[in-house]
Structure formats: C-alpha cells, structure tokens
Design a protein around this ligand. Structure first.
Ligand code: ZN
Length: 262
C-alpha cells in the first residue's frame, strides 16, 4: 500500500455529486428514524461516483494499481470504485452489528473514493470501517468525521501507509495498530496475494544477484545486462511499479546500486 495523491475533483463528480448529496442529506434530515430503522434506504447512483472520469482519474493517479494491495488490475477479474468510508452500512468488526445507514453523505465525495480490486473490496473490506473509539463514529451528515480515528489506513490520507505497514520479504507486517488492522481487514496477507508478491520478490533477488555478480566481475559483455538490471531495480521502487512498497522495504539500504550506475 502506498500513498495516493489525488488531483482536484473530476468535474462530473463535483457537480452531480454535490447535488445528489444535498438531496440525500435533506431526505435524511426530514426522516432520520426511517433511515436508522431501515424503513427507507438510500439508492446510490453508480453513474455518478463510478463515472468514467472518476475511474480514469483514479486509475491514472494510482498507476493502474489497487489502492490497498498494489496489485495491477490486469491480474484481477475486475475492479471497483471503492468507498473508503462505506456508504450503505458500516461495521466495526466481524463481531459487531451492522449499522445503517453508512456514510451516505460521502457516497460522492472525491476524498472518499479509490480504485480498488474486487478481492480487497468485496471479499475482504466489505462494510468494515473500524475506529479506535467506535463511540465517536459519525452517524449522519451533521457529525464531524474529524472526530474519528480510523483503524484502516486511508490511501490518500495525511499519513504515509509505509509508516504503518512494513514488509518482511513478501509478508506485510503492521508496525502500528492501524497498520495491523488494515492488513487484517483488507486481507493483505491472503495466500494468492502473498504468492504474487513472492514471485515479484524472486525477480528482484535475481536482479540483485546480476548486479552483485557483474559488479564484482565486470567484463565488456555484461555491461548492458548490468545497466538493465540496475535500471529495473530503480524502477521497482517507483510508485508506478507493482508491489512498490514491498520492493522499497526489500531494497532499502541498496542505494549504491543506483549510485554505481554507469
Ligand atoms: Zn487489492
């Protein structure tokens, strides 16, 4: 998981999303008990939050990768526009009851939207949104989400996810409570994902070996091979690279690889 830096709100989401949010908030304010009891439900409009301009922008700023697992979308069946704070219903954890409505007033909020693989979103995160203190949870648009301390990391938040999640080889390890909870809720150590990261790790190890062998025993024939391997290792830690957070932790301390480049 790496930090997502978002550009300004896409025009379509800004205009249609604001209008729809105002309508939903007015409907809730008129009959809050109906929504809290489930008698009435919000009907969310995917053509607004999932508009092509939203998808395309998210896909671009996230370098074609899932906001949580950093897997490329091509590697998965499909992807969703994910609501960081769940829009329809919310759950603290598996043992807690499901609260309705969810964060309906953030259904079309640019800050709340990410591009996410369906395995992270539908199979794992679902409606979970744990807080350090669930009693401080915002339950309507009149509450302030700034009072919440989420235990699931916000890909576009102020804090860099790498301060909370480190990689021990291909395994994600939480260094904070939010890091550990994010790994658990999103399933960052699920078997298929760990296997994919291990495959990537083996590629990085092979590149490192090439650099080490040919740096010790340089010959004219190996010059291009060495240059390519260094170049691939440099690219591996860039935000556009698959599993770049793992690559960064694995290659940490190997800066001389770049410095020695011919
Ligand atoms: Zn994912």
């Amino acid at each position: 998981m790496i930090r997502v830096c978002k550009p300004p709100t896409p025009t379509n989401l800004g205009e249609a999303g604001v209008a729809r949010t105002q309508k939903d908030c007015a409907a809730y304010a008129a009959n809050p008990m109906d929504y809290l009891s489930g008698t009435r439900k919000f009907i969310f409009e995917p053509t607004i939050y999932g508009h092509n301009s939203v998808k395309d922008t998210l896909r671009t700023v996230q370098h074609g990768k899932c906001c949580f697992c950093e897997g490329r979308f091509e590697a998965f069946a499909a992807a969703d526009v994910e609501h960081y704070r769940p829009k329809g219903a919310v759950q603290q954890d598996k043992n807690s009851s499901r609260l309705i409505p969810g964060y309906y007033w953030l259904a079309y909020s640019w800050d709340n939207l990410y591009w996410c693989c369906q395995v992270c979103n539908r199979n794992n995160k679902k409606n979970y949104f744990p807080l350090a203190n669930p009693r401080r949870r915002a339950r309507s648009h009149t509450d302030d989400i700034a009072n919440e301390r989420p235990l699931i990391l916000n890909p576009g938040g102020q804090e860099d996810p790498c301060c909370h999640i480190k990689f021990r080889d291909e395994i994600a390890v939480g260094s904070t409570k939010a890091g550990r909870k994010t790994i658990e809720i999103v399933g960052l150590n699920r078997v298929t994902l760990v296997e994919e990261r291990l495959t990537r790790l083996k590629e990085l190890r092979r590149l490192l070996e090439i650099v080490e062998i040919f740096t010790r025993n340089p010959d004219r024939g190996s010059r291009q091979l060495l240059k390519d391997a260094r170049s691939e290792l440099t690219a591996a830690v860039q935000p556009a690279a698959v599993f770049s957070a793992m690559a960064t932790d694995f290659l940490h301390g190997t800066e001389p690889i770049q410095a020695k480049a011919p």
